[in-house]
Design a protein around this ligand. Structure first.
Ligand SMILES: [Zn+2]
Length: 443
C-alpha cells in the first residue's frame, strides 16, 4: 500500500500500489516522498474524498520497535514497519567521550575544572540511549500522521508474559542507578511492599527506600535488595542486615515477583505520555494480550505483527494488505567532531565546517548511473561526501555528476523485507532500484 496526500496536502486513505502507478503515469499524482513511499494527488482535495479511520499500533522494543497501521472499517494492515534503534551506539559514543575528557583532566594541558557531584537530573530523566528510543518512535508517529489519516493509537505498555510473571524484576539493567533513577523504582517498591513499612507495617507515614543488606556490607542497589521502611525503623536497623534485624523472611519476599506485574518500563511510560500529548485516543495493551491476539490470528512472531496485535482493538479477521515491511534503521546525523585523531589521540586531520558539497551531504540517499568503467551500472545507497569530488557510495568512489538525489539524509537508513507478509511482491520504488543489499546501507 502507498500513502496518498490530497492536493491540499492532507492525508487520504492509502491506496494499492498498482493504482498509485497508474495515477503517476497519468500525471494525476506526483511522488512526494520515497520512504515511506508517498504520492500527492494533483486534482483532489481532502474534502472531496472519503477517508477512513486508521489505528497506529506500536510495540516498543529495546532494539526494534514494531509499527503497524490498521484500517478500521476494512480490518486490514495497510502499513508495516520495523524501526531499529541505536541505543548501544549512543552509549558507546558517550563512553568514548567520557574517556577522552577524563584523560584530558589527567594530563597537564589546558585547565579543565573538575566536574562531579554538581549535576541534577530532572524528574523522569532517561539515559540518552533510552531517550533516543522515545524520540525516534515519536518522530515516526509524527511522520506517519502526516501521510496517513490516523485517528487513534495503540501501544503495548506493560509486559505481562509468563516470563515476566516468573521474573517481573524488569530484567536487571532497567533499575540500575543511572539508567533509570527516581520515581519508577520508588513506585515499583511502593506497589510491591503495599505502601507500608516492611518492618513495623506502618501506613500513612513517610517511607524511605531501604537496603535489606546495607550498602556498607556489600548490598547492591538491585531492586531485589530494596524495600521501603519508615524513618524510625530505618534508623534502628542501622548497619544490620534484615536477617540480623529480625526479619529474615523479607529477603525471600524481596526476590518474589510482583503479582500483578504493574511495573511498566520507563521508556514505554515516557512514550505513552508523548502519545497522549497528541490528543488522539490512546489504547494500551499488555504483552500477554498481544501474544494472545497473535495466536488467535495464527501469525508468526515478528515485530510488526506484534504491533498489529496490540490491544483489545485488534479485530478477529485482521488481514494483511501489505507486500513488504519497511525497515527503518536509526543511523544518527553523523558526528560533531571537527578534529580526527590517530590511535594515540594526536590530532591528524581537521574537518571543514561546510557540510554540503556539490549539492549533497553525507547520508543522502542517492542513485548513481555510472556509464563506463569498473562500476558501470546503477547503484543506490547512502553517500558519504568529500570536499574533492570523490564521494563514497557502497564502498567505491563516485563522482557527484553521476548522482541523483532520492531522499535527503534524515537520520535513518531504509530497506524493505519481503516474504513475511501476505504476497511477496515488492512495493515502490520498482524492483530495478532494489538490488539485493544495496538499499539498506548503514554506516
Ligand atoms: Zn517502620
Amino acid at each position: 500500500m502507498i500513502f496518498v496526500l490530497s492536493s491540499d496536502g492532507q492525508p487520504l486513505d492509502p491506496c494499492h500500489e498498482a493504482r498509485a502507478r497508474k495515477l503517476l503515469k497519468a500525471g494525476r499524482a506526483a511522488v512526494w516522498r520515497t520512504y515511506p513511499f508517498t504520492i500527492r494527488l494533483k486534482n483532489r482535495t481532502r474534502a472531496e474524498s472519503v477517508v477512513h479511520n486508521h489505528w497506529l499500533k506500536l510495540d516498543p522494543g529495546s532494539l526494534i520497535t514494531g509499527i503497524a497501521i490498521v484500517q478500521e472499517d476494512t480490518d486490514r494492515v495497510v502499513f508495516a514497519a520495523e524501526l531499529t534503534h541505536r541505543g548501544q551506539a549512543i552509549r558507546d559514543a558517550l563512553i568514548a567521550r567520557r574517556a577522552v575528557r577524563w584523560s584530558r583532566r589527567q594530563r597537564h594541558t589546558r585547565y579543565r575544572s573538575a566536574r562531579f557531584l554538581n549535576r541534577r537530573r530532572p524528574r523522569g530523566w532517561l539515559a540518552p540511549s533510552l531517550a533516543h528510543r522515545v524520540l525516534t518512535t515519536e518522530t515516526w508517529m509524527r511522520r506517519l500522521r502526516a501521510v496517513c489519516p490516523i485517528t487513534a493509537m495503540s501501544m503495548e505498555l506493560v509486559r505481562f508474559d509468563t516470563q515476566a510473571l516468573q521474573n517481573p524484576e524488569i530484567r536487571g539493567v532497567a533499575y540500575q542507578r543511572g539508567t533509570l533513577y527516581g520515581w519508577e523504582v520508588w513506585n515499583y517498591l511502593l506497589t510491591k511492599w503495599n505502601h507500608r513499612c516492611a518492618y513495623c507495617g506502618a501506613t500513612g507515614v513517610r517511607l524511605e527506600q531501604e537496603h535489606l543488606i546495607p550498602r556498607s556490607r556489600g548490598g547492591s542497589d538491585r531492586i531485589t535488595n530494596l524495600t521501603v521502611a519508615c524513618r524510625p525503623c530505618n534508623e534502628r536497623k542501622g548497619n544490620q542486615t534484615a536477617a540480623e534485624f529480625g526479619f529474615p523472611h523479607l529477603m525471600g519476599q524481596a526476590k518474589a515477583p510482583l503479582k500483578d506485574a504493574a511495573a511498566a518500563n520507563s521508556v514505554r511510560w515516557a512514550l505513552y505520555q508523548r502519545l497522549v500529548a497528541t490528543g488522539l485516543p490512546v489504547e494500551v495493551g499488555t504483552g500477554g494480550r498481544t501474544k494472545w491476539n497473535r495466536a488467535r490470528l495464527g501469525w508468526d512472531k515478528t515485530h510488526w505483527r506484534d504491533a498489529a496485535c496490540v490491544g483489545t482493538s485488534t479485530p478477529d479477521g485482521l488481514r494483511v494488505a501489505v507486500d513488504s515491511v519497511l525497515l527503518i534503521v536509526a543511523t544518527g546525523h553523523g558526528t560533531r567532531r571537527m578534529c580526527g585523531t590517530n590511535a594515540s589521540g594526536f590530532p591528524i586531520r581537521h574537518r571543514r565546517r561546510q557540510k554540503q558539497w556539490f549539492g549533497f551531504r553525507t547520508g543522502d540517499l542517492v542513485r548513481a548511473n555510472i556509464p563506463i568503467g569498473k562500476y558501470a551500472g546503477t547503484h543506490v545507497g547512502r553517500v558519504a561526501v568529500r570536499s574533492r569530488p570523490a564521494f563514497k557510495l557502497n564502498g567505491f568512489d563516485v563522482h557527484p555528476k553521476y548522482l541523483r538525489l532520492i531522499q535527503r539524509a534524515d537520520g535513518y537508513a531504509y530497506g524493505y523485507r519481503n516474504g513475511d507478509t501476505a504476497a511477496p511482491t515488492p512495493c515502490f520504488p520498482s524492483t530495478r532500484d532494489r538490488r539485493p543489499g544495496s538499499m539498506l546501507v548503514s554506516d
